[in-house]
Write a protein that binds this ligand. Structure first.
Ligand SMILES: [Zn+2]
Length: 117
Protein backbone atom coordinates (compact mmCIF):
# COMPACT_ATOMS: atom_id res chain seq x y z
CA UNK A 1 0.00 0.00 0.00
CA UNK A 2 1.70 3.17 -1.17
CA UNK A 3 -0.34 5.76 0.61
CA UNK A 4 1.35 8.71 2.31
CA UNK A 5 1.92 8.31 6.01
CA UNK A 6 1.12 11.04 8.48
CA UNK A 7 1.77 10.94 12.18
CA UNK A 8 -1.37 12.79 13.07
CA UNK A 9 -3.89 10.04 13.59
CA UNK A 10 -4.27 6.58 15.02
CA UNK A 11 -6.42 3.88 13.58
CA UNK A 12 -7.99 1.50 16.03
CA UNK A 13 -10.48 -1.31 15.67
CA UNK A 14 -13.22 1.13 16.65
CA UNK A 15 -12.33 3.96 14.28
CA UNK A 16 -9.93 6.84 13.96
CA UNK A 17 -8.33 9.08 16.51
CA UNK A 18 -7.07 12.44 15.33
CA UNK A 19 -4.11 13.49 17.43
CA UNK A 20 -4.47 17.07 18.54
CA UNK A 21 -1.54 19.21 17.44
CA UNK A 22 -0.45 22.27 19.40
CA UNK A 23 -1.49 24.46 16.50
CA UNK A 24 -4.97 22.95 16.50
CA UNK A 25 -5.28 23.25 20.26
CA UNK A 26 -4.39 26.93 20.05
CA UNK A 27 -6.82 27.50 17.19
CA UNK A 28 -9.67 25.74 19.01
CA UNK A 29 -9.10 27.80 22.14
CA UNK A 30 -9.31 30.92 19.96
CA UNK A 31 -12.54 29.83 18.26
CA UNK A 32 -14.22 28.94 21.53
CA UNK A 33 -12.69 31.90 23.37
CA UNK A 34 -11.30 29.82 26.16
CA UNK A 35 -7.87 29.52 27.67
CA UNK A 36 -5.70 26.97 25.94
CA UNK A 37 -4.90 25.39 29.30
CA UNK A 38 -8.48 24.07 29.41
CA UNK A 39 -7.51 21.75 26.58
CA UNK A 40 -4.08 20.82 27.85
CA UNK A 41 -5.08 17.23 28.62
CA UNK A 42 -6.82 16.62 25.29
CA UNK A 43 -4.43 14.55 23.22
CA UNK A 44 -6.64 12.99 20.57
CA UNK A 45 -10.24 12.84 19.44
CA UNK A 46 -12.24 9.94 18.05
CA UNK A 47 -13.67 10.88 14.66
CA UNK A 48 -15.65 8.71 12.29
CA UNK A 49 -13.12 8.90 9.46
CA UNK A 50 -9.51 9.40 8.55
CA UNK A 51 -8.07 12.86 8.17
CA UNK A 52 -8.23 14.53 4.79
CA UNK A 53 -6.02 17.11 3.13
CA UNK A 54 -7.60 20.33 1.88
CA UNK A 55 -7.57 20.38 -1.92
CA UNK A 56 -7.13 24.16 -1.94
CA UNK A 57 -4.49 24.98 0.65
CA UNK A 58 -3.10 21.63 1.73
CA UNK A 59 -4.14 21.95 5.37
CA UNK A 60 -4.78 18.64 7.08
CA UNK A 61 -8.33 18.40 8.33
CA UNK A 62 -8.30 18.74 12.07
CA UNK A 63 -10.38 19.09 15.14
CA UNK A 64 -10.06 22.85 14.70
CA UNK A 65 -11.96 22.54 11.41
CA UNK A 66 -14.64 20.43 13.10
CA UNK A 67 -15.00 22.97 15.87
CA UNK A 68 -14.99 26.01 13.59
CA UNK A 69 -17.55 24.51 11.19
CA UNK A 70 -19.86 23.44 14.00
CA UNK A 71 -19.47 26.86 15.53
CA UNK A 72 -20.27 28.71 12.29
CA UNK A 73 -23.16 26.45 11.37
CA UNK A 74 -24.54 26.71 14.86
CA UNK A 75 -24.64 22.92 15.14
CA UNK A 76 -23.28 23.02 18.66
CA UNK A 77 -23.07 25.73 21.28
CA UNK A 78 -19.60 26.70 22.49
CA UNK A 79 -20.51 25.37 25.92
CA UNK A 80 -21.42 22.00 24.43
CA UNK A 81 -18.17 21.75 22.51
CA UNK A 82 -16.08 22.79 25.48
CA UNK A 83 -17.82 20.15 27.57
CA UNK A 84 -17.20 17.47 24.95
CA UNK A 85 -13.57 18.47 24.53
CA UNK A 86 -12.89 18.57 28.23
CA UNK A 87 -15.02 15.68 29.44
CA UNK A 88 -15.36 13.50 26.37
CA UNK A 89 -18.52 12.43 24.67
CA UNK A 90 -20.90 9.80 25.97
CA UNK A 91 -22.58 9.05 22.67
CA UNK A 92 -22.00 9.64 18.98
CA UNK A 93 -22.16 13.29 18.02
CA UNK A 94 -24.30 14.73 15.25
CA UNK A 95 -22.89 14.47 11.76
CA UNK A 96 -22.12 17.65 9.88
CA UNK A 97 -20.18 18.96 6.95
CA UNK A 98 -16.89 20.66 7.46
CA UNK A 99 -15.00 23.54 5.86
CA UNK A 100 -11.28 24.11 5.94
CA UNK A 101 -10.70 26.64 8.71
CA UNK A 102 -7.78 28.15 6.82
CA UNK A 103 -9.23 28.79 3.37
CA UNK A 104 -12.92 27.92 3.62
CA UNK A 105 -12.86 25.08 1.10
CA UNK A 106 -15.36 22.36 1.88
CA UNK A 107 -13.98 18.94 2.74
CA UNK A 108 -15.76 16.03 1.07
CA UNK A 109 -18.33 14.14 3.04
CA UNK A 110 -19.48 14.59 6.58
CA UNK A 111 -17.76 14.21 9.90
CA UNK A 112 -18.79 13.33 13.36
CA UNK A 113 -17.35 12.65 16.70
CA UNK A 114 -17.49 8.93 17.19
CA UNK A 115 -17.69 7.30 20.52
CA UNK A 116 -15.59 4.22 20.05
CA UNK A 117 -13.56 3.67 23.17
ZN1 LIG B 1 -7.88 24.85 2.94
Amino acid sequence: MASPTFNDELQTAGGYHWLLTNEERQHIAEILEIDESNLAHVSHTPINRSRMTCTQCGKRSGLDDVVQSAHELGVHTSAFMINVLVNGLKANGPVHGMDCSRCGERFDGVFSYSFCD
